[in-house]
Design a protein around this ligand. Structure first.
Ligand code: LLP
Length: 408
């Protein structure tokens, strides 16, 4: 590697010098290209693409996707506040999640969101009651658990009977019937989300087929739907995964939806931002343990939890020209846990002071970051061509302590 390694036209080394490390770096062009792939592949269906805010909720990222025409998939009142602050359209925002609170439902209703993806009968009743108290009609879709195996990591697989998500497939008709009796609800659609980092198309298609069977049964009972929402997007390449081809996905979906008057909605997160971002980190020490070598860097599991939590692989590049020999090492952070690692048994050439780029860290990295070990969350930078903008300041210890009270 040479230090000409760049994000668009900006050398990573210049970004690290200006903003310090750990630093999340995002390419605006890569975000636009990823969205464009969906827009092109699904063009004939004119879907509403609702970017899943949880993947990366930085206000500038949201603003950019809003400018490109995206709606948003949110899972909390906080995420809705972000969307609104970023200039997103509430009318293109859908609210998913199993545990929406009364305050969150009120907030969403008062902002006239597009629809609630409802996950239980109790939630249907709660939304109806709150809508009545506000003298509103709440648009709802039912999230159905299609009971298909998404073949992904168990923590991010959501469409199986054993998962907490959605309304059981066999209870779906009864749930829609209940919804028709609740006067402050308007049934607008049906949705499912079977999991994340999907590397196989067939479960997505199987889920759609199962949902369409339900759509037909509902039509027999005069329950007509306006939209169908297929949940999150396809997986991305972290290492050498064979990820689904969006065009093939779109073709299969078009065939299944042809002749139906259902608006398609999609909620991709990872595939719009994951490979548009990286995490820059500086090597603090090289340590030779008795059994293993360690490359100790200034980023840690609090900055990128995915390796520790899901045994996820993230490719790591050394941005500095190096003549040092390669060796096998764990790349680890300063946190006092054995589970604090960013890579295991990685062949790498690195010395203290080198700048490493942890790739594919645009999604579920900064948005899952924590302050464990009283570590300040890293800064974030958005690159566009030769320009770069700070989109989140590095936290400071006074920021972290500001909300704490030493009462004794
Ligand atoms: N819609 C719903 C209802 C979701 O729960 C999710 C992700 C998405 C859409 C977006 O899915 P995507 O297009 O990003 O696959 N922290 C984990 C991923 C958790 C995904 C949770 N739900 C990770 O780092 O792999």
């Amino acid at each position: 590697m040479t230090d000409s390694l760049k994000c668009e036209q900006v050398p990573y080394s210049a970004l690290a010098t200006e903003y310090g490390t750990p630093l999340y770096v995002y390419s605006q062009q890569a975000m636009a290209a990823a969205l464009n792939q969906y827009q092109q592949a699904f063009a004939s269906l004119q879907p509403l693409i609702c970017y899943a805010v949880k993947a990366n909720s930085n206000l500038s990222i949201l603003r950019y996707f809003a400018q490109l025409g995206c709606g948003f998939d949110i899972v909390s009142g906080g995420e809705l506040q972000r969307v609104l602050l970023a200039g997103g359209d509430a009318g293109k925002t859908i609210f998913s999640g199993v545990g929406k609170s009364k305050a969150e439902i009120e907030f969403a209703l008062n902002n006239n969101i597009r629809c609630f993806n409802v996950e239980s009968l109790a939630e249907l009743e709660r939304i109806n009651t709150i809508a009545a108290s506000l003298d509103k009609i709440a648009p709802i879709s039912l999230r159905i658990n299609p009971d298909v195996n998404a073949h992904t990591h168990p923590y991010i697989s959501t469409g199986l009977k054993a998962n907490k998500f959605g309304i059981a497939y066999q209870d779906a008709l009864a749930a829609y019937q209940l919804a028709t009796t609740l006067p402050h609800l308007k049934i607008t659609g049906i949705d499912c989300h079977i999991g994340s980092q999907l590397t196989d198309l067939s479960p997505l298609i199987e889920a759609l087929e199962r949902m369409l069977l339900l759509v037909d049964k509902l039509a027999e009972q005069n329950i007509e739907l306006e939209h169908i929402d297929l949940g999150g997007g396809v997986g991305i390449v972290y290492q050498n995964e064979n990820v689904p081809d969006l065009a093939a996905y779109a073709t299969a979906v078009s065939q299944l939806l042809s002749g139906r008057k259902l608006q398609l909605m999609l909620e991709p997160g990872r595939s719009l931002i994951g490979n548009a971002g990286g995490l820059l980190t500086t090597v603090e020490y090289i340590k030779q343990g008795e059994e293993k070598n360690f490359v100790i860097v200034d980023a840690a599991m609090n900055d990128l939890m995915r390796p520790s939590l899901y045994q996820a692989y993230h490719n790591i590049l050394n941005t500095c020209p190096t003549t040092a020999d390669e060796f096998v090492a764990d790349v680890v952070g300063p946190i006092c846990e054995t589970g604090d690692f960013l890579a295991k048994d990685r062949t790498i050439s690195a010395q203290a002071g080198d700048l490493l780029l942890i790739q594919s860290a645009g999604a579920y990295a900064s948005s899952m970051a924590s302050n464990y070990n009283t570590r300040c969350r890293g800064a974030e930078v958005l690159v566009n061509g030769t320009e770069h903008h700070l989109i989140r300041q590095r936290e400071t210890v006074p920021d972290l302590l500001a909300s704490e009270i030493a009462c004794l």
